[in-house]
Design a binder for this molecule. Structure first.
Ligand code: SF4
Length: 507
């Protein structure tokens, strides 16, 4: 495919290039943006900008057919801004007019406006924390960021729900949550970019991996205990944490109880049992034994053809059977993931999936919109996978919204991804009171999340300044097995820097 060439004239700060590229990608499949003169362009956008007490931007778009569209925006620049925040405001103003002329040219309205990041609700939380009144906050979201009323209402609903579930959300900076990554799966799904290595025939590698993981849990747990830092939530993800044996799971949870501080009072422990083909009565017994609060069993779709096409290697019957088994063995907080826009699926197929969900009524339902992640098999062989168009994807999203509403579910977290179909979002719905606290923690970035195991990313949030430091464990088991001690050591050093400062109060 030949990329659409956009020539930007009149801007000379390279830092705007990336935000403009992200916005252009919302409208066209592939684009290239140039800030130096090129002979052949598909779209030329002439900018004029003036900054003093306010930033004033005007843009005129011209396409090859000679059509012209223009837009202007002015925003007062707050006083005493540091260079970084000043640039942010200028960048937003440039994005504002850029989005407006592209919307006019294409007729496509972007409901998230100029927001291209993963966590839109963070923006509203920040305004709540700053004490901005609700109607003023909404006005700013609408006017400065061009977010639609529909999405503002969704953001508001989610923020309110999160604060009802975790009333002390803004005060949890002195605690941490833990993510534990187990990088094995029975087979690899076509859309997946998680660390997921086929478990068959890898027992040697699994054993050494688990040895490293036990070590990390012990060391980090010891440090948290010594320094009086509590754990809010624990999440086992992957891969598929139930792809290891029941005995291995048993030993892992035993380690958690022995090493982590005050496990009885951790607010929530979730284990993703994502692939139904990994669930057995023995593993469910282990969950009961160690009081695992919440599990995930992920159908993705109830259409067998689709499951085959995406390489999930389990049947619809298996999903149903394992769900009922989990219920009968006492699991009373089950999440199920669905994906909108899987290959070959449209409104009819998604409607079928929702009808099947109705028979189960899990406590929470996470509705993803398919995204083409760069490294997935699906993206590499895009022509093999036929997916629904923007309008149909949106209709399916509306169906999910309506269905959840009619069945008593409330949206409680959302996140967006790049290259997501229709520039939509992933939304977590739950029956009231059954929301996952970990999901709220990871999305709203209000506290440190320590990642242990393979492919686990840690996000350290400074308890005072809120500054974020990212740290990633290796993705493949081999590198992890060779270096887990070093990675543990480095994390302990970062933790000491963040938490062992003068004047720290231990909750
Ligand atoms: S089960 Fe989940 S982690 Fe495993 S391959 Fe499929 S999508 Fe990836």
């Amino acid at each position: 495919m030949i990329a659409l060439q956009i020539y930007i004239k009149g801007l000379n700060d390279d830092r705007v290039l990336r935000p403009l590229q992200l916005i252009a990608n919302l409208f066209f499949e592939e684009t290239e943006i140039f800030m130096n003169e090129i002979d052949e362009w598909d779209i030329k956008i002439q900018f004029e900008m003036a900054t003093a007490e306010s930033v004033k931007v005007r843009a005129v778009l011209l396409d090859r057919e000679g059509h012209e569209h223009s837009a202007a925006f002015e925003k007062e620049l707050s006083e005493n801004l540091n260079e970084k925040d000043r640039f942010k405001q200028i960048k937003n103003a440039v994005s504002h007019v850029f989005l407006t002329v592209l919307q006019e040219k294409t007729g496509i309205i972007q409901k998230w406006g100029i927001l291209t990041g993963v966590r839109p609700t963070k923006l509203l939380h920040r305004k709540v924390q700053e004490g901005v009144q609700k109607d003023i906050a909404h006005k700013q979201l609408r006017e400065d960021f061009l977010i639609s009323e529909e999405k503002i209402a969704l953001m508001q609903q989610i923020v309110e729900r999160q604060l009802a579930v975790v009333p002390d959300l803004y005060e949890l900076k002195n605690e941490v949550s833990i993510y534990i990554g187990i990088p094995f799966c029975p087979t690899k799904c076509a859309y997946c970019t998680f660390p997921a290595y086929a478990i068959n025939g890898r027992q040697g590698s699994v054993n050494s991996f688990l040895g490293g993981l036990h070590y990390e849990m012990r060391k980090i747990g010891e440090w948290l205990k010594e320094n009086g830092i509590r754990i809010t939530t624990v999440y086992y993800g992957g891969g598929t944490p139930t792809s290891i044996t029941a005995e291995e799971m048993d030993l892992l949870y035993e380690e958690m109880y022995a090493s982590f501080p005050d496990v009885e009072n951790i607010r929530e422990i979730t284990v993703e049992a994502g692939r139904p083909d990994t669930i057995t009565p023995e593993k469910l017994d282990v969950f009961k034994k160690w009081n695992i609060d919440r599990i995930s069993i992920n159908p993705q779709s109830y259409i067998l053809e689709t499951l085959k096409a995406i390489g999930r290697h389990h049947t619809v019957e298996e999903t149903l059977e394992k769900y009922h088994l989990a219920r009968s063995m006492g699991m009373n907080n089950i999440n199920m993931d669905l994906i909108i826009g899987l290959p070959g699926e449209g409104v009819k197929e998604f409607g079928y999936t929702l009808n099947e969900t109705e028979k189960l009524m899990p406590e929470s339902l996470t509705v993803h919109t398919l995204s083409f992640k760069r490294a997935s098999e699906m993206t590499k062989n895009k022509e093999k996978y036929k997916v629904a168009d923007r309008t149909e994807v949106e209709r399916m999203m509306n169906m999910a919204e309506q269905w959840t509403k009619n069945h008593g579910y409330v949206p409680y977290y959302l996140y967006r991804q790049k290259n997501i179909l229709g520039n939509l979002e992933n939304v977590g719905y739950a029956l009231p009171g059954r929301e996952s606290i970990y999901n709220i923690m990871i999305m709203e970035e209000q506290q440190t999340i320590i990642g242990l195991g393979c492919g686990a990313s840690s996000k350290f949030i400074h308890p005072v300044t809120g500054q974020i430091t990212h740290f990633a464990n290796p993705k493949d088991p081999k590198s992890y097995n060779e270096s887990y001690e070093k990675y543990t050591e480095e994390k302990l050093m970062i933790l000491a820097e963040l938490f062992l400062h003068e004047g720290r109060t231990v909750s």
